[in-house]
Design a protein around this ligand. Structure first.
Ligand code: C2E
Ligand code: MG
Ligand code: MG
Length: 255
């Protein structure tokens, strides 16, 4: 599978899909997340859950993340040339990057090479990274460094494990991505109250909120009521190839 990785990277069998983050107020895409797909010549499209854990173990994930980031920069540079209005795009960062001090310089170098403003790029860090005692200082420093370089950063999958509100106090994130688990039992009043409170807390801390995995219109209605900033889920769109995304969601600058 290692050889397959190199070959697939060279042959561009890894594809970047984009999923919009839609404002429930305006119905417009105000951001997007880049999600990798492996377009295997024989096996068809393979989803990340089937190969990311493996690449995390053998360290290949870092190169894949850089590849995805580069593809995103190339896309945004293209949109800029076309005179489009840019929306921020986020990429997922594996915990493996934090083992290498200075990994952010590579990312900022790529953004510079494509002349994409780093303000338009966001790193998603999964909740479990923040809970790793040994990495706390490295992660904190990295977030400062991200901000110094102009990037933004979000706490991904919040609520999927033993989340702690302390994370919001301790780490200077710009956005909170609430895991789909939060929204599965929204008929329960308790569940709704927890969501409403988290939205309020985030607002108070000046952290943007993104609800993940939203599939039902009723969930959207509730999230609109509690002022959730953005919704990412099948209810609006599934992750799609970049050209489809461009056609549907990237608009010209209106004058
Ligand atoms: P994630 O970052 O939390 O991404 C959101 C996942 O939820 C995506 O799964 C997306 O397709 C899925 N999703 C979106 N809307 C809905 C919905 O309404 N219902 C349901 N059931 N699911 C929805 P995907 O694309 O399979 O990716 C899974 C995970 O793999 C990601 O979770 C992320 O942790 C990881 N991943 C994906 N691409 C990359 C990458 O380029 N680098 C790294 N390091 N990890 C990646
Ligand atoms: Mg993510
Ligand atoms: Mg997530």
């Amino acid at each position: 599978i290692n050889e397959l990785f190199e070959e697939s990277l060279r042959s561009r069998h890894f594809r970047v899909y984009l999923q919009p983050k839609v404002s429930p107020r305006t119905g417009e895409a105000e951001g997007a997340e880049a999600l990798v797909r492996w377009q295997h010549p024989e096996r068809g499209v393979i989803c990340p859950s089937d190969f990311i854990p493996l690449f995390e173990r053998n360290g290949k994930i870092c190169r894949l993340d850089v590849y995805v980031f580069r593809e995103v920069c190339a896309l945004m540079a293209k949109w800029e040339r076309m005179g489009k209005r840019l929306i921020p795009v986020s990429v997922n960062l594996s915990r493996q990057h934090f083992r290498e001090p200075g990994f952010l310089e590579e990312f900022s170098g790529i953004a510079k090479q494509y002349r994409v403003r780093t303000e338009m790029l966001e790193f998603e860090l999964t909740e479990s990274i923040f809970l790793d005692e040994e990495q706390i200082d490295v992660v904190k420093d990295s977030i400062h460094r991200m901000h110094a370089l102009g990037f933004t950063c979000s706490l991904d999958d919040f609520g999927s494990g033993f989340s702690s509100l302390g994370l919001l106090k301790e780490f200077d994130v710009d956005a909170l991505k609430l895991d789909r688990l939060f929204f599965l039992d929204m008929h329960s009043e308790k569940a709704r109250d927890v969501i409403a409170c988290l939205m309020e807390l985030a607002k108070k801390l000046n952290v943007k909120t993104v609800a993940e995995g939203i599939e039902e219109p009723e969930q959207v209605e509730y999230l609109r009521q509690v002022n959730c900033d953005m919704i990412q889920g099948y209810v609006y769109a599934r992750p799609m190839p970049a050209d489809a995304f461009e056609e549907k969601y990237v608009r010209g600058i209106m004058v």
